[in-house]
Design a protein around this ligand. Sequence first.
Ligand SMILES: [Mn+2]
Length: 348
Amino acid sequence: MIKFSQLPNKIKTVLKALENQLQGAKTLLILLHNNPDPDAIASGFALAALADSLCGVAATIAYNGILGRAENRAMVSLLDIPLVKTSSIRYSGYDRIAMVDTQPGQGNNPLPAGMHTHIVFDHHASSANIDADLVVYNSKLGATATLLCELLMAAKVDIKINLATAIAYAIRSETQELRREANKRDIQAYLAVYPLCSLPKMGAITNPTLLNSYFQELAIALNRACKFRHLIFIPLGYVDAPEIIAEMSDLFLRRERTSWALAVGNIQDSMYLSLRTNKKNARAFRVIQRIVGDNENAGGHNQFAGGKIDLEKADASDMMLLEEDVRTRFAAVLGIKNANWKPLIEKL
Ligand SMILES: [Mn+2]
């Protein structure tokens, strides 16, 4: 295993190691995390371009789950990003397997147990040793797309307009306009691809048409959100796609006098959790792991993190009980016992 965490000092060495990995391969499968976000999508798109231009390797970018967020769907369609569902591929048909914006051993990607990963690009907090031949990893970066962008530039790949737009949108979305965990390298990568972007497409991705269900879920969030001191808890009940949960925790964190927001929503027998804080270095990934009680199904970054709790044959009342329990653990993990939760909005 070669592990590189010190880019860009070793950027040429990483390019060489990537070429070595792809040597002799004709096909590469690039796996994104489930319900991929713009950072995962752009990182996959960038790695496909890099593999093609370095070694002439044809890449397939695959994901599991749903592309639920309107912005993400607009990104994929306007930028012609060739994504396929993992249900339509045969893993054994690929010479190499890469993962971007996730790692082997994490519960948020579709890699079947026992299957080997050759290449990993990621920036998520990692407790264990990442099991792959080439690991390009830096948890201090705001976006995985930044790593790929640096490599594309070092390899002097011609970054086409749609790829440039994807990378720029990924960096700005993942760092919330370069203010959340964006470091100098994220800003440099963003500025480097910005002149190559389609700004009208960027505008269209940022302001997409919203489905009626978005307003429905927003109404539920407003109706059910509750607060205690600097905490907000937003239980959404059953949702169509998990991204709305992250969207709501981002939105509610913007309320005055708030420093932590936890949104939860159910899909079938699972509850998805999305945690946000505006405190720097708050180790949100640890907080969510303690709420979920599981390191494999929870993780993320200092200021934003996610997790999942799986039940068996749960009905709506089981989910309500779990909501209550999660809300209590949320406060308890942050050192508050017997929180007296109140509705966020007074009855209209
Ligand atoms: Mn990411």
